[in-house]
Design a protein around this ligand. Structure first.
Ligand SMILES: [Zn+2]
Length: 328
């Protein structure tokens, strides 16, 4: 009896702080091997281009695929706007190394002689959850990622809904406070300016500068500019009042944003992922509770609110799946 050869693909997740690559078995979603490196934005686009290829090479070496087995392609999810048809970066404000117009397709297909597919990071994470995680057997869900920013992807009848100009799902830039805080996009009162890790840690820092005590004073090294999600989780466990209060406030705003999504869109399920959600369970629980509370009664009662099953791996698994589907 003839057996079908196993199909593998490379999945890459490019975020604000790291490049993360994995070799994925396309039928099961199993991760054979991974590699990761920091993005180092201060070193510029050429360094980034070289490093991206190096991370993929390392993941491939770690996977030790049999000599005759070639991956079907390389799928890439990138934190920014992308031209999916041509595999080119259009804009990536959270990747501060000037990647606009970088031709990812050309770069990687020349180095690896493999087909390439490029998507947005939130979209590929949604694919990962849809195929192998919390979105399985669910045709209508909204995937929301909370970390450096707040992003989302809408899956409708099993397909990603992109809207008229391809920006549907920009939940981070919906308004939760009219005329409120400035957002990185230039607008005011946007969800991302209240519920992202960036926004929450900005509040914590301002309070520390005013003299409020926090464990973070001792935890942060002198040259450390970023308060990471895992540090916040540690502070919550130890009962740090400032961190708990600030996270509660962020979770309430996130709940308000999700509640609006539930009333307006009536999704069957909301799947939450991203660094802050993965690291701090109480943040997820409070946001989910608040979302049901502020949403219209029936929609709020019926919606399923879940965390991702693949966690940090949604992006690499989804990116691999994306190129696998394209090359079928
Ligand atoms: Zn905004």
């Amino acid at each position: 009896m003839a057996t079908t050869a196993a199909r593998y693909a490379v999945g890459v997740d490019i975020g604000g702080t790291k490049i993360y690559a994995g070799i994925i078995h396309l039928e099961s979603g199993e991760i054979l091997a991974t590699a990761r490196k920091r993005t180092r934005p201060e070193k510029g686009p050429d360094f980034f281009a070289q490093r991206l290829g190096d991370v993929i090479e390392e993941a491939l070496a770690n996977a030790k695929l049999p000599a005759q087995t070639k991956p079907v392609g390389i799928g890439v999810g990138l934190a920014g706007q992308v031209d999916r048809e041509h595999g080119v970066v259009l804009g990536a404000p959270n990747l501060a190394m000037g990647l606009v117009n970088l031709d990812i397709d050309k770069l990687l297909s020349e180095r690896f002689s493999l087909p390439v597919a490029l998507g947005n990071d939130v979209e590929v994470a949604a694919y990962g959850e849809q195929m192998f995680g919390s979105g399985r057997a669910c045709q209508d869900f909204v995937y929301v990622s909370v970390g450096t920013g707040v992003g989302s992807a809408i899956v409708q009848n099993g397909l990603i809904c992109r809207g008229a100009t391809g920006t549907a799902g920009e939940i981070g830039h919906t308004i939760v406070q009219y005329d409120g805080r400035f957002c990185g996009c230039g607008g005011r009162g946007h969800l991302e300016a209240y519920a992202s890790r960036t926004a929450i840690t900005r509040v914590i820092r301002a309070e520390m500068e005013r003299g409020r005590p926090s464990m973070l004073t001792d935890m942060l090294k002198p040259d450390e500019t970023e308060i990471r999600s895992k540090m916040l989780a540690k502070c919550v466990e130890e009962g740090d009042k400032l961190v708990i209060e600030s996270l509660d406030e962020g979770a309430d705003y996130l709940g308000a944003g999700l509640g609006s999504v539930i009333s307006f869109y009536n999704p069957q399920r909301i799947i939450l992922g991203g660094g802050l959600i993965e690291a701090v369970p109480s943040f997820f629980e409070r946001a989910a509770l608040r979302a049901r509370e502020v949403a219209l009664v029936i929609a709020g009662r019926q919606v399923e609110i879940q965390r991702t099953q693949l966690g940090d791996n949604s992006g690499i698994v989804g990116a691999a799946w994306m190129v696998g589907a394209k090359e079928q």
